[in-house]
Design a protein around this ligand. Structure first.
Ligand SMILES: *Cc1c(COP(=O)(O)O)cnc(C)c1O
Length: 406
C-alpha cells in the first residue's frame, strides 16, 4: 500500500479526491474496497509481532481495515486533525467520543439545541452512569459562563444547530470550557468540514455523521470522530476497538467516493439555499426565514466570523401553524418529505411532529420550534425548479390562511 502525495499542504478540493488514497500492488485507479473481516499472517512469528505491536499488520476489521483507514486519513487531512476514527453511524461517533472520555462523577455541559439522539444521551443516558449533565442556551454566553464556573469534564455543542440554525460562539465557549477542565466536542454536521473548522476555533474533538453531506446521496450510514493523536490513540481507540461500533469497509468506500464531489455539492447546495432563503423571506405566507448569512439572522455576524459559507439548510416558519405546514409539505411535488438532510435530493421536515416530537412542547418552545416551523435541506436540483415547487406549496398553505381569515 502506497501514497505518493507531495508533503506540501494541499487544498480541500484536492484532499477530497486524493487525500488518504493508498494504492495496493495492483495499481488500481479507484480506492480499493477491502471487503474482508479478517487478515492472514505469513507465519506465527508475524502474528505474534502484530499482537505485541512490533510489526504493523492489519488484524481484524473491528480494529482497522485498509479501506476504512483511507477514509480516516482523508477526513483527518481535510479537517486538519491529527487523527480520525470512524464509526458505523454519527450517533456511534457522538456516543464513543463522550463515553470514552467520561466516568462516574464527571459533569457535562451541553447546548440545549442538539440533534435529538445527542439530547437523549446527555439528558437520559449519562445520568444513569452517574454523570451529571446540564443544558444551556447555546447562544447565551452568560449561561455558559455560569454553568462552567464549576468544574466539568466535557462540553458538547452543535453549531449551527438543528433545526433553528443557532450559532454558538466557539472561541468564547472553548475558553470557558478549558478553564473549567473540560474538552470541547463539536457536532459539525450542519457546517460540514468545508464551511467551519472547529479545531482552529478552540474545539478539541469534532464529530460527524458521514450519513449526511459526506455520502450525500442517501446510501449509507457512517460517523467520524477527529482530534489529537494522543486523545484518539489513548482515550477513543481502546473504547471503539473493544465496544465495536466499527464502520463497514463497504460504507467507508461509498463515503470515500462521495467525498470526491463534496465541495462541488456543498457549494452548489449552499448557493441554492441562500437564494431560497431570500425567496422565502419575501413571501407573505412565511413569518420568518432563517439562514446564517442573511442580515436578518440574529447571529449573522458570528456566523460570518466562524463559517466560510451559510450552509445547505434553511429553516422557516409558516403562518397558520400545523395545518398550513402540513398543507405546504403535502403540496410539494419535487421536494421530498424526509427527516434526512445533506442529500442531493431536497427534503423538508416538520420538526414539531417528527425529529423534535419526543422532547415535548415545552422544550420545543424553549428552542423556538413552533407548529409552523419547517426545515428544508437544499439539494442539487435546479434552483428554479425548487423555487417553483416551493411557490406552489406556499400558495396551497396560503389557502389555509385565507380560510382562517374568513
Ligand atoms: C444525523 C445527525 C446525527 C446522527 O447521525 P447518524 O448517522 O444518523 O447516526 C448527529 N448529529 C447531527 C447534527 C445530525 O444531523
Amino acid at each position: 500500500m502506497s501514497n505518493s502525495l507531495p508533503p506540501r499542504p494541499l487544498r480541500p478540493a484536492t484532499l477530497l479526491v486524493r487525500g488518504g488514497t493508498m494504492r495496493s500492488d495492483q495499481d488500481e485507479t479507484s480506492e480499493a474496497l477491502f471487503l474482508t473481516s479478517g487478515f492472514v499472517y505469513e507465519n506465527a512469528e508475524q502474528a505474534e509481532a502484530t499482537f505485541t505491536g512490533a510489526a504493523t499488520h492489519y488484524q481484524y476489521s473491528r480494529f482497522g481495515n485498509p479501506t476504512v483507514a483511507m477514509l480516516e486519513q482523508r477526513l483527518a487531512a481535510l479537517e486538519g486533525a491529527e487523527a480520525c476514527r470512524l464509526t458505523a453511524t454519527g450517533m456511534a461517533a457522538v456516543h464513543a467520543a463522550m463515553l470514552s472520555h467520561l466516568k462516574a462523577g464527571d459533569r457535562v455541559v451541553a447546548s440545549r439545541a442538539l440533534f435529538g439522539s445527542c439530547h437523549w444521551i446527555v439528558s437520559t443516558l449519562l445520568p444513569r452512569y452517574g454523570i451529571e449533565s446540564e443544558f444551556v442556551d447555546g447562544a447565551d454566553l452568560d449561561q455558559w459562563r455560569q454553568a462552567l464556573a464549576r468544574p466539568a469534564a466535557l462540553v458538547l455543542l452543535e453549531t449551527p444547530s438543528n433545526p433553528m440554525l443557532e450559532m454558538v460562539d466557539l472561541p468564547a465557549v472553548a475558553e470557558l470550557a478549558h478553564a473549567a477542565g473540560a474538552i470541547v466536542v463539536v457536532d459539525n454536521v450542519f457546517a460540514t468540514p468545508l464551511l467551519q473548522k472547529p479545531l482552529t476555533l478552540g474545539a478539541d474533538v469534532v464529530v460527524y455523521s458521514c450519513t449526511k453531506h459526506m455520502d450525500g446521496q442517501g446510501r449509507v450510514l457512517g460517523g467520524a470522530v477527529l482530534g489529537s493523536k494522543t486523545w484518539v490513540d489513548e482515550v477513543l481507540q481502546p473504547f471503539v476497538r473493544n465496544t465495536g461500533p466499527a464502520l463497514s469497509p463497504f460504507n467507508a468506500w461509498v463515503i470515500l467516493k462521495g467525498l470526491e464531489t463534496l465541495s462541488l455539492r456543498v457549494n452548489a447546495m449552499s448557493r441554492s439555499a441562500s437564494a431560497i432563503a431570500d425567496f422565502l423571506s419575501e413571501r407573505a405566507e412565511v413569518a420568518k426565514a432563517l439562514y446564517p448569512f442573511r442580515p436578518d439572522h440574529p447571529q449573522q455576524a458570528l456566523a460570518m466570523k466562524q463559517m466560510s459559507g451559510g450552509g445547505t439548510l434553511v429553516t422557516f416558519e409558516l403562518k397558520g401553524g400545523k395545518e398550513a405546514a402540513f398543507r405546504f409539505c403535502n403540496a410539494l411535488r419535487v421536494i421530498d418529505i424526509s427527516n434526512n438532510l445533506g442529500d442531493s435530493k431536497s427534503m423538508v421536515t416538520h420538526p414539531a411532529t417528527t425529529t423534535h416530537m419526543r422532547i415535548g412542547a415545552e422544550e420545543r418552545a424553549r428552542l423556538g420550534i413552533t407548529d409552523g416551523t419547517i426545515r428544508l435541506s437544499v439539494g442539487l436540483e435546479d434552483v428554479a425548479d425548487l423555487i417553483e415547487d416551493l411557490a406552489e406549496a406556499l400558495d396551497a398553505a396560503g389557502e389555509v390562511l385565507a380560510r382562517a381569515a374568513e
